[in-house]
Design a protein around this ligand. Structure first.
Ligand SMILES: [Zn+2]
Length: 92
């Protein structure tokens, strides 16, 4: 009788454990699939920010995010360079 009760308890625990594991797996799978969606929506919302604006290199013409570029403020306008090499090239 006790063995039967233990068997039932074990099976109940096993089922609840399996359900928890399955729930975590489903959650993990959903989270694994979602980042693409959230990344694109986050990218869209972040795009208007001035820090992520694309700037053209004054020497080679490569476009790169403003935050990664070297800024040179002149009287006329701000000039951006993608690298120190381009900065040197423009100065030479
Ligand atoms: Zn450049």
């Amino acid at each position: 009788m006790i063995k039967a009760l233990l068997g039932i308890l074990v099976s109940i625990l096993a089922v609840t454990f399996l359900r928890a594991v399955m729930g975590l797996l489903v959650k993990g799978a959903k989270e694994a699939l979602q980042p693409e969606e959230t990344a694109t929506t986050a990218g869209r919302s972040a795009a208007p920010e001035s820090g992520t604006r694309l700037r053209k290199c004054g020497a080679c013409g490569t476009f790169a995010p403003e935050t990664r570029m070297l800024r040179h403020s002149t009287r006329e306008a701000d000039v951006f360079y993608c690298s120190k090499e381009c900065e040197k090239q423009a100065k030479a």
